[in-house]
Design a protein. Structure first.
Length: 234
């Protein structure tokens, strides 16, 4: 039986590494993205560029890479008052979470991914959530995803699994994993084509990629890259 996976693919660094991880392990891999009114909507354009770059650089992966799906979830922006869906400053909120936290986002993403996977016969869902160095989002925690995995399996009467290959590694280790999976060709795809910046900035290229070099997402990506490079120089 062909082993298939559906990757939650935003076009960012983490989801690009997860896509490479899935392509190295599964026979057939599809991707799913979401247009939820995010201010950094440029990531949706980057998704296509990343997929094409991966196919160009890795012909064996290209044979495994299947259909891409983009779902529109405009209601999420309507019920969210966040820095990713409104003109709100990126800062720490009174609830102890950054204003970039979109309540329920990953929960909805996995529910829709599972519904799509059900129709397409795919029960392995792959996400780039991590609680080692992240912004504190509760829907990125391992216990949240374990509970969701159980709920999806019960609710659809199929044994869904939520694969989270980055859960216990930091950003430096994520860069290292990319190199392990695809060498300098994969890290170059991430630097040149993926998008992580919350502000959607792509007019300045840094050693670690494009971004504003100021938002929390850029800061994590930059620090991880710097630490990874230092470890490789030893």
């Amino acid at each position: 039986m062909t082993q298939s996976a559906l990757v939650l693919f935003s076009g960012g660094q983490d989801s690009t590494v997860c896509l490479a991880w899935a392509l190295s392990r599964f026979d057939h891999v599809e991707t799913i993205g979401f247009d939820y009114g995010q201010s950094h909507v440029v990531e949706l354009e980057c998704r296509e560029n990343v997929r094409k770059a991966l196919c160009d650089a890795f012909p064996d992966w290209a044979k495994k890479l299947g259909e891409d799906h983009v779902l529109s979830l405009p209601t999420l922006a309507q019920v969210s008052e966040t820095a990713l869906t409104r003109d709100v400053a990126i800062e720490m909120g009174d609830n102890g979470l950054p204003t970039t936290f979109v309540p329920g986002r990953n929960l909805l993403f996995f529910n829709y991914a599972a519904a799509l996977g059900y129709r397409r016969g795919i029960t392995s869902l792959v996400g780039g959530m991590c609680e080692t160095d992240y912004s504190g989002y509760p829907d990125c925690r391992d216990d949240t995803l374990s509970a969701l995995e159980t709920a999806l399996s019960l609710g659809m009467d199929r044994p869904f699994t939520i694969e989270r290959p980055l859960m216990w590694i930091d950003k430096a280790q994520t860069w290292a994993l990319a190199e392990e999976l695809g060498g300098p060709e994969l890290t170059e795809v991430i630097i040149e084509h993926s998008h992580t910046c919350y502000r959607g900035t792509r007019d300045q290229r840094h050693p670690w990629g494009y971004g504003c070099n100021d938002c929390p997402a850029c800061d994590l990506r930059k620090k991880g890259y710097t630490t990874w490079q230092a470890s490789r120089a030893k």
